[in-house]
Design a protein around this ligand. Sequence first.
Ligand code: TYD
Length: 135
Amino acid sequence: MTVQNSKIISLPKFLDSRGNLSFAEQFTHIPFKIERVYWIYDVPGGETRGGHAYRDNQEFVIALSGSFDVLVDDGGEQKVFSLNRSYYGLYVPNGLWREMRNFSTNSLALVLSSTSYLEEDYIRNYDKFLTLRIK
Ligand code: TYD
C-alpha cells in the first residue's frame, strides 16, 4: 500500500436555506463495509493523535467541524491532507502510517472504520512499521 492509495472522496451535499445535509453510504461512497464509528473531540492545541498504522483496518476520516491535517506515510513517501469541510473525507487504506495534527478549536473528527477495535491490529512503533514494510 502506498500514499497514492489514500484519497479524498467527495460526499453528496444538499445545500438548503434551512441548513446543509451530507451523508455517506458504505460501498457507494465509502470503499468498505462500515463496522465501527468513532470520533475525536476536545483536542488540546498542539496535540497529535493517531500516530500509528493498522495491519487490517481501513478508515474514512471526515472533519465534521473545524479543521485538522492528516499525514499519511508509506515508509517512503508522505502526504498531508487538510480536512476542513464536512462534505468530503479522506480514505486511508490499511498498512499506512497516519497521524492527525493541527486541530482547530472545537474541531470534530469522525472516523468510519472497516473493523471492530482490536489493539493487535495496531502498529504503534514507527521503526517497527518500517521493518514490517521492508518484509
Ligand atoms: P487510540 O487509537 O490510541 O487513539 P488515537 O489513534 O487517536 O491516538 O485510542 C485511544 C484509546 O481509546 C485507546 O486506549 C483505545 C481506545 N479505543 C477503543 O477502545 N475503541 C476504539 O474504537 C478506538 C478508536 C479507541
